[in-house]
Design a protein around this ligand. Structure first.
Ligand SMILES: [Fe+2]
Length: 564
């Protein structure tokens, strides 16, 4: 029942009183089943879910230890956790166990109580009682939260608290990537001392102070299944090369580059992951819904066919000086071991790639074609006013300068727009298939677009914003004219892929000078969330003001899915 995959760090102290590290949450609903997942800091002796109207059914959990969860000097640890740091370490393994039980035999549309319990010797710790349900059948009206880019940002707890207070019970959460900042840092998921870690915010157990109010987040995923897309913040880089976890996070290089650096000997599968990038912690925390090693999948909930894609690339600094690997150049051109290889793509969506072939088959399937609502979720924005749609989403083109003796003097990268795999290939494909909604994140703002039947929505101003490239605010990070790195492919204002942003229909922000509605929300005072109501097909976006904790979230935009 319980298995340990790696030894416990030597000075980890036994926990005196067993506690759950999280409340349980729901994953991977099937026609008559759903998975219940929770975490502890002890292996324990038995872990179980009891469920049913009288909690009369019982099912045991399968338990595994997370293999790569660690802490370091940049962790924000509660004192009791910090006290467990082994002496003399700077990065240390933090043992955490995941428990997953499959609750099966559920009736479609039936919602029943459940709770979980974990035993450590003769001591037991139980959760409160929550409710679960199998996959919602077609025709069942659902309210689905659309969100992304939590990353422990300041307003997330207030945002999710207002989801619970204003909307009440929800039936599903779609999270378009970037759940935390550094995925192997355990405290970012479970107990960051600032009070705004990932699970506490989504489970109503945050303790995040903002403007004199302590926000608790919302108890959402104990009752509603969570579906996520892979963002760039779900990916860790090369193991053991950096001195802390942030350095390791920033040190992802392409698989082919890792093999090239290794020479003629073919790397094993494990070596290849260790020497390029990996998603171990993300894959172990969330129940994988795709094929092993793939982060794209499709599922149905109620009248929604949900297609989730893996569209993310390594983020690199736009700095044109310094010795760090950058977006446009390598800082240490003579040393290929330290190259970052630009903003390389983690999982290809290029024409003919495995993901593309899978997607084409899914878009042609009866499940997609016959769905009332066709929703596609990915991380990288197809259309946005945010910073992160530039440069184009494509494989970096490398150019190497050498001196007269053949030594490398500069390594440069460009990103040709005519090879932007999202704009040139993916968006036309999704639009031709009659996709109703494309949901994404990455730029930390709210904006939306429409072409034909297809709506594009970025509702990622959840915890903070990085601003909108609109009016006189050009995108930061673009190479200046005449720098040798500037290209007409890099668009300083508006949507680089040519759509006009749509101003919020209900209560837009206004330009202070002209009074004109602003076609975005980009704020570090106000956050946003969106709800898809499948009874009506309406997508309503709400604004949350954490300075006014008693004021309900206010709808500021609404549009309706479905078309000819
Ligand atoms: Fe991102």
């Amino acid at each position: 029942m319980s298995s340990e995959t790696t030894p416990i760090a030597t000075s980890a102290r036994p926990l005196e009183t067993p506690q759950l590290l999280t409340d349980p949450f729901l994953q991977a609903p099937g026609p008559d089943s759903v998975r219940v997942v929770w975490f502890t800091e002890f292996a324990g002796d038995r872990h179980q879910v009891t469920w049913g109207d009288r909690l009369q059914h019982r099912v045991l959990a399968n338990s595994t230890r997370l293999s790569h969860t660690r802490e370091d000097g940049r962790s924000n640890l509660p004192p009791a956790v910090a006290a467990r740091q082994p002496e003399g370490t700077t990065v240390w393994a933090r043992p955490i166990w995941r428990h997953e039980a499959i609750v099966a035999g559920l009736e479609p549309g039936q919602r029943v109580p459940y709770r979980v319990a974990s035993w450590l010797g003769n001591r037991v710790v139980e959760s409160q009682t929550f409710t679960l349900a199998a996959q919602a059948p077609p025709g069942q009206p659902l309210r689905i939260l659309l969100t992304s880019d939590h990353q422990l940002k300041p307003m997330v707890a207030a945002n999710l608290q207002q989801v619970a207070q204003t909307i009440g019970a929800i039936d599903g959460v779609l999270l378009a990537g970037d759940l935390v900042n550094v995925p192997d840092r355990a405290s970012e998921w479970f107990d960051d001392a600032m009070g705004g870690a990932f699970f506490p915010c989504l489970q109503g157990r945050a303790v995040r102070s903002l403007h004199g109010t302590v926000y608790r987040g919302g108890a959402l995923i104990q009752h509603a299944p969570l579906f996520t897309a892979l963002g760039n913040h779900e990916v860790m880089g090369r193991l053991g090369q950096a001195t802390d976890l942030n350095g390791e996070f920033n040190d992802a290089i392409p698989r082919w580059a890792a093999q090239q650096l290794a020479g003629d000997r073919p790397l094993s599968a494990t070596e290849l992951l260790d020497r390029s990038f990996n998603t171990h912690t993300y894959d172990q925390i969330l129940t994988p819904l795709g094929e092993p090693g793939r982060h794209y999948y499709a599922t149905s909930l109620g009248d929604v066919r949900l297609v989730v894609l893996s569209v993310a690339q390594a983020w690199r600094s736009p700095m044109l000086t310094g010795d760090r690997p950058g977006r446009f150049r390598e800082g240490q051109p003579a040393d290929s071991q330290s190259w970052g290889w630009g903003q390389h793509i983690f999982e290809s969506i290029a024409p003919g790639s495995p993901q593309d072939q899978w997607l084409q088959a899914e878009l042609a399937s009866p499940a997609f074609r016959q769905a009332r609502y066709r929703v596609v979720m990915l991380h990288h924005p197809p259309h946005t006013l945010g910073d992160n749609s530039v440069p184009p989403f494509t494989d970096p083109v490398q150019a190497i300068d050498r001196n007269a003796t053949g030594q490398i003097t500069a390594v440069r990268y460009s990103y040709p727009r005519d090879r932007d795999w999202i704009a040139q290939h993916l968006s036309p494909l999704l639009e031709a298939a009659g996709t109703d909604l494309v949901l994404y994140g990455h730029s930390h703002l709210w904006n939306r677009f429409q072409t034909g039947r297809t709506h594009y929505l970025e509702t990622s101003n959840v915890g903070n914003s990085y601003g909108a490239a609109w009016g006189d605010r050009v995108r930061p990070g673009l190479p200046p004219a005449g720098s040798g790195f500037d290209r007409p492919d890099y668009v300083p204002l508006g949507d680089p892929n040519g759509l006009e942003p749509i101003a919020p229909t209900l209560a837009p922000d206004r330009d202070p000078a002209t009074g004109e509605p602003l076609p975005y929300l980009a704020s570090n005072e106000i956050s946003a969330f969106s709800i898809l109501d499948t009874a009506t097909g309406q997508v309503t976006s709400y604004r949350v003001d954490p300075r006014q904790p008693d004021r309900p979230a206010e709808p500021f935009d609404r549009f309706t899915l479905g078309g000819p």
